[in-house]
Design a protein around this ligand. Structure first.
Ligand SMILES: Cc1cc2nc3c(=O)[nH]c(=O)nc-3n(C[C@H](O)[C@H](O)[C@H](O)COP(=O)(O)OP(=O)(O)OC[C@H]3O[C@@H](n4cnc5c(N)ncnc54)[C@H](O)[C@@H]3O)c2cc1C
Length: 486
């Protein structure tokens, strides 16, 4: 907390292992993170003075998605000819957490009591009234110590992707939270480095550069995102400290044993331009892998009034997403803003707030869920686990070896099939239309509701381009289409 900006970065880079810092509860803290524009806006509204601090003390910057980024999805540049600019906020998650904690202390120190190295072990409830009244907690350092009770008017479970809420709610209320988990073989290797000129201006001028995965054909992706301005006199340096993320789905993991091996892998698996960038990097940190992420949604809203009063799940505790689409932090910020709004409306009884929140938060979650899972359903080794409110569990696995597992093939929901089809043609349209590209980026950065991508003019443009391509494919309309994968 008392470290300077460069000490924080130095500590991060010298880390011997990702778990060598006390905050083991956030194992993803060292992975590359992008904060979507809507999250950035929410953050600056809560902490208006933060921007100046970040820029002056931490050498952080916001980058223009219009002029300083080169982002590709399904082979299409998605930020071309934007009609309005969108900020890309460049900071690493490790620094970001420390700064946020410092800001919370400054703003609310007399209202917050911090209990560090402490684990919540269970809930204190009144079963007959269907209320959560508090939590039981214990020191992490002394696991044999007895637990303590803490009571509260309203309790928020924001314990992230490994929340124990489903277990606690089952134990305390015999309540089963319906869930769906999608396993798509996520893997990622992250490191911090300094970018040097490749000699290709189109790459060197893009401070933010990357491509998403596109399963089943392209199961690896790349992102280079600046985290600090680097004061250097070396002309061949691009002058930024950058966090690099090399990602995969379908368990096609990049190696992290040495940079040479990673480069060799990149040469074979990534497009040549990303390999060229990696070849011109001076690496400052360890290569840190992460392999455990899944899509995991808890359908709290389906439980209606069976859900207990005065208790909610927020952020990852309610839903985790494929990290490749960078939605999680902004999703959690939006949940928090919605909760603030509900309390601010001052017309609700405390006992109703958890149900109102569940309804409204699930709308936010649904937006992110559909956008982030549509592609995951294309993974060749997809595994889906569904639990309904009676506790029945169904497991599906694509291309499973029936000799070893007995799981049926997953059936892709119709809505998801349509979204896969629609987003493919939408991207083709967006590559030619600045307005459509802007709408698309606004949705990806969570500034606009995805429904703007279905407005009549866009819908007809998408149908038109799809039809023209089908006609070409069927030979009815001059030449064959360049690409038709559906
Ligand atoms: C590899 C990877 C890359 C990602 N990249 C991005 C990205 O680019 N952009 C983005 O927006 N999101 C990204 N995410 C998702 C993002 O990290 C999460 O969505 C976000 O951290 C969720 O915030 P949260 O507050 O809900 O949970 P967390 O940040 O996970 O925080 C949970 C907290 O609860 C504590 N805790 C857990 N259990 C207990 C307990 N029993 N008692 C007390 N405390 C407990 C933990 O120690 C931790 O401090 C990525 C995730 C991964 C795994």
């Amino acid at each position: 907390m008392k470290s300077t900006s460069s000490e924080i970065l130095d500590y991060h880079c010298r880390l011997e292992s990702p778990t060598s810092l006390g905050r083991s509860g956030v194992s993803q803290i060292y992975q590359g993170h992008a904060l979507q524009s809507e999250g950035y806006k929410i953050l600056l509204k809560l902490f208006p003075q933060l921007k100046d601090k970040l820029f002056n003390e931490y050498d952080v910057r916001a980058y223009s998605m219009k002029t300083e980024a080169r982002l590709m999805a399904e082979g299409v540049f998605v930020n071309q000819n934007l009609t309005e600019d969108v900020d890309w906020f460049g900071i690493d998650r490790f620094t970001f957490e420390i700064i946020l904690r410092k800001e919370l202390r400054l703003k609310f120190d007399d209202q917050i009591e911090w209990k560090c190295n402490t684990r919540v072990m269970g809930l204190i409830v009144d079963q007959s009234l269907n209320i959560v009244k508090g939590i039981k907690y214990r020191s992490k350092k002394n696991i044999d110590s007895s637990s303590f009770d803490m009571y509260g008017d309203f309790i928020i479970d924001c314990t992230g992707r490994n929340t124990s809420s489903p277990k606690w709610l089952k134990e305390s209320f015999n309540l089963i939270v319906p869930t769906i988990q999608i396993h798509f073989g996520f893997g990622n290797v992250t490191f911090i480095g300094e970018r040097f000129r490749t000699g290709d201006l189109s790459l060197d001028s893009a401070t933010v550069i990357g491509t998403t995965v596109n399963p089943p054909h392209k199961n690896v992706g790349f992102l280079a995102s600046p985290i600090r301005i680097l004061k250097t006199i070396d002309d061949s340096s691009l002058g930024t400290m950058t966090v690099f993320s090399i990602n995969c789905v379908n368990s096609e993991y990049p190696p992290n044993d040495s940079y040479e091996n990673l480069l060799e892998w990149a040469k074979e698996n990534l497009d040549i331009e990303y390999y060229m960038i990696l070849k011109h990097v001076k690496v400052y940190s360890q290569l840190i892998p992460y392999r455990r992420a899944i899509d995991d949604r808890k359908y709290v809203e389906l439980l209606g009034k069976k859900w207990p009063q005065n208790y909610i799940l927020l952020g990852d505790a309610m839903c985790t997403f494929n990290p490749l689409y960078g939605q999680g932090m902004t999703h959690a910020f939006r949940h928090a803003r919605e909760l603030g709004k509900i309390f601010g409306e001052s017309c609700h009884k405390l006992k109703d707030i958890s149900h109102i929140f569940n309804r409204r938060a699930s709308v936010i979650t649904e937006e992110c869920w559909l956008a982030s899972t549509a592609n995951d359903w294309k993974t060749p080794t997809l595994k889906v686990i569904e639990t309904n409110k009676n506790g029945d569990v169904k497991i599906y696995q694509r291309d499973s070896d029936s000799a070893t597992t007995n799981y049926p093939q997953p059936r892709i929901p119709l809505m998801i099939r349509f979204m896969q089809w629609y987003s493919h043609w939408l991207l083709q349209c967006a590559s030619k239309s600045g307005q459509l590209a802007t709408d698309f980026i606004r949705v990806v950065t969570q500034q606009s509701n995805p429904l703007i991508l279905m407005k009549p003019t866009t819908f007809f443009a998408v149908i038109h381009i799809a039809l023209m391509n089908y006609l070409k494919d069927w030979g009815l309309f001059g030449g064959r289409s360049a690409r038709n994968t559906f």
